[in-house]
Design a protein around this ligand. Sequence first.
Ligand code: G
Ligand code: G
Ligand code: MN
Ligand code: NA
Length: 254
Amino acid sequence: LGLEGQLRKALERDELCLYFQPQYDLDGRRMVGLEALLRWRHPERGLVPPDEFIPLAEETGLILAMGEWVLREACTRAQAWQAAGLAPMRVAVNISARQFHQYDLVRLVRLVLEETGLEPHFLELEITESLIMQDAEGAVHKLSQLRDLGVQIAIDDFGTGYSSLSYLKKFPIQTLKIDRTFVQDLSRNPDDSAIVDAVIALAHSMGMEVVAEGVETEEQMRLLHDKSCNRVQGYLLQAPVPSDAVARILLQAS
Ligand code: G
Ligand code: G
Ligand code: MN
Ligand code: NA
């Protein structure tokens, strides 16, 4: 079986799983959310990261079924943690281009929220700016419908694609995620520092929050705090963990 065939089987063989990476608020370092990150437990190759199969899933359309599984699984887990009495956390789910454009995402999100009982404001959808710009007018419409459901929208990898600032104004978006390539050299590279300043100023002036991802050092934490970034995510705080480890982390957080 080639990779495509194996990927097709992965869903029915229950080989997909979600890891979760906590997000913290920069003021109190309180845990405020979790990003769901897809992994494939391949019987021979071990844990396969998404970069190695999502492009193929996207090409073949398998991403639709996989994305539906991810959304349902993430919401189910988030609701179960709350039901167990753990501190309620927002859960962020990555949405791919094909899932966003070629599919009734709004209907799926509504259905999954109903099925799982998760309150909409605990779900954040991460979409990339390049995805939005493929069909900006259509995206405005779809994002508005999602907003009306009460879910949160974040732009992932912000700054790495092309976005039109005039569209940014039209989109009902609550959060910008600064790509980790800008965070990496924050303390050494004045250009990166200027970009981060600009993104934060832009976001705050439009009433949006900013999440910095890929935070690996205390120095980066300090700089981001000084720049009034809202939330952070990165190996310094917590690497992505399997879902059964989340409850333990949540217990410590409550
Ligand atoms: O978890 P990791 O850092 O290896 O993720 C690599 C990339 O895969 C990231 O860009 C992330 O957004 C993407 N990714 C992770 N999980 C999912 C998912 O469930 N759906 C989609 N579409 N992308 C994901
Ligand atoms: O594009 P997206 O933001 O969805 O990607 C998230 C990916 O970033 C995950 O695959 C996760 O494993 C990875 N990641 C999370 N924290 C760090 C970090 O501190 N450093 C680096 N290099 N990668 C990180
Ligand atoms: Mn993401
Ligand atoms: Na990102």
